[in-house]
Ligand binder design. Structure first.
Ligand code: SF4
Ligand code: SF4
Length: 109
């Protein structure tokens, strides 16, 4: 039987101080909007505070809109991926930055 403490071991710590991006990340966190429950559990785990709920204008229903990542601030640390997967759901993918740029036609600094 898996102990509760073992299950939560891979979950990163909730951040206390917001950091800043220093270099181009190797990965980008991408939220699958159709799969995200909008629970916002991932938000306090992001060390650069770059996850935010989508506007309610875009999502009038359901009442809790999914979240999105401000891509040019993301440092690719995967904390949100782990938090979502271990604590709530499975709505975040980590994509190599080169691949991300080609798919979404967005340039990451
Ligand atoms: S933890 Fe997962 S399901 Fe919840 S808001 Fe974040 S991405 Fe969406
Ligand atoms: S990968 Fe790290 S920096 Fe990027 S959104 Fe997730 S928690 Fe924030």
């Amino acid at each position: 039987m898996v102990k509760v403490i073992d299950f939560y071991k891979p979950v990163p710590k909730v951040i206390e101080t917001v950091a800043k991006k220093k270099k181009r990340p190797k990965f980008m966190a991408v939220v699958d909007e159709d799969n995200c429950t909008g629970c916002q559990v991932c938000i306090p785990f992001c060390p650069v505070d770059c996850i935010e709920p989508l506007s309610k204008e875009k999502y009038e229903s359901p009442p809790t809109p999914p979240v999105q990542v401000r891509f040019n601030e993301c440092i690719g640390c995967n904390a949100c991926f782990k938090a979502c997967r271990q604590l709530t759901w499975d709505a975040i993918r980590m994509i190599p930055t080169d691949e991300f740029e080609a798919i979404y036609n967005i340039t990451i600094d």
